[in-house]
Design a protein around this ligand. Structure first.
Ligand SMILES: Nc1ncnc2c1ncn2[C@@H]1O[C@H](COP(=O)(O)OP(=O)(O)OP(=O)(O)O)[C@@H](O)[C@H]1O
Ligand SMILES: [Mg+2]
Length: 273
């Protein structure tokens, strides 16, 4: 899949939440979007899967402007790009398998879905996805009875049920403890490398972006201010993305910046000041 974001903007009132953003992704890969709160990360992801309409610009996917799609074609695109959210967005009282089957909602008639008339083949597929993600033993539990990390894996299983070319994850680990955060990130990485699906994830910590991404896009005030490899994401660059003011060291990113202290980039960046 080739994806070209061309001069895309989203204006709320007089404020451009996303301001003339362009970038291209030519092959599968793991792309991280970073930036401080309000930088426009979520708005960008929401435009990519048409949860929010753009104010201007184009998003070309294999040559088709997905911003111009409507009706059936728009829903088809939405089923090709699955979303994973910070708060999992599962149906708490339904069991895990039913939640995974909900990944098929965009592709099936409404009535059988409402009646939970899933085919045996669909159920088998849901179970094999759960098996792959190491949570098949939770299949009959209610979603609400699982840990956060398990719930996020169910959400990823639901995404996989769509067989998406692209997975959009909006802060997928922001509500998880470090151990579960690692399991969830490892899961997303596996899906990307083993299946060749593209993953675009908004991430709020630098160390996660550096560890998992092939490519990092840094946003500030709605604009792309960095687009490069994790190796190019030095502390100096990070300061530019997050804003090198007094609040920088207090942000949630600070502990992760601290983790860079063993990196020679850190020393180099400190000398820059
Ligand atoms: N529906 C909306 N109506 C008005 N303004 C909005 C709306 N959604 C987002 N914004 C504004 O757009 C800007 C970008 O918001 P967005 O949620 O995309 O940022 P973000 O980078 O995801 O931030 P965070 O890290 O806090 O999730 C912010 O100034 C926000 O207040
Ligand atoms: Mg956000």
């Amino acid at each position: 899949m080739e994806l070209h974001v061309r001069k895309v903007s989203k204006v709320f009132g007089t404020k451009a939440a996303v301001d003339n953003v362009s970038f291209s992704l030519r092959e599968g890969g793991f792309v991280g979007v970073i930036g401080r709160s309000g930088a426009g990360k979520s708005t960008l992801l929401r435009m990519l899967n048409r949860l929010t309409d753009a104010s201007s610009g184009q998003i070309l996917v294999d040559g088709t402007d997905i911003l111009a799609l409507s009706g059936r074609a728009k829903r088809d695109w939405q089923s090709r790009c699955a979303m994973v959210f910070q708060q999992f967005n599962l149906v708490p009282r339904l069991d895990v398998t039913a939640n995974v089957l909900h990944g098929l909602l965009g592709r099936r008639a409404t009535l059988p879905t409402l009646l939970n008339l899933w085919s045996g083949a669909d159920i088998d597929r849901a179970l094999s996805i759960l098996e792959r993600l190491g949570i098949a033993h939770e299949a009959t539990k209610r979603a609400e009875d699982l840990s956060g990390g398990q719930q996020q894996r169910v959400a990823i299983a639901r995404a996989l049920m769509q067989d998406p070319a692209l997975i959009l994850a909006d802060e997928p680990i922001a509500s998880l403890d470090p151990m579960n955060a690692q399991i969830v990130m490892d899961t997303l990485k596996r899906i990307q490398t083993e299946d060749g699906r593209m993953v675009i994830a908004n991430l709020h910590t630098l160390d996660t972006a550096r560890r998992y991404c092939d490519r990092v896009i840094g946003m500030r005030d709605g604009r792309v201010v960095f687009d490069g490899t994790p190796e190019q994401l030095t502390l100096g660059v990070a300061r530019d993305i997050y804003g090198a003011d007094a609040t920088f060291s207090e942000s949630a990113t600070s502990t992760d910046i601290g983790a860079l202290s063993t990196d020679r980039d850190y020393a180099a960046a400190m000398l820059d000041d």
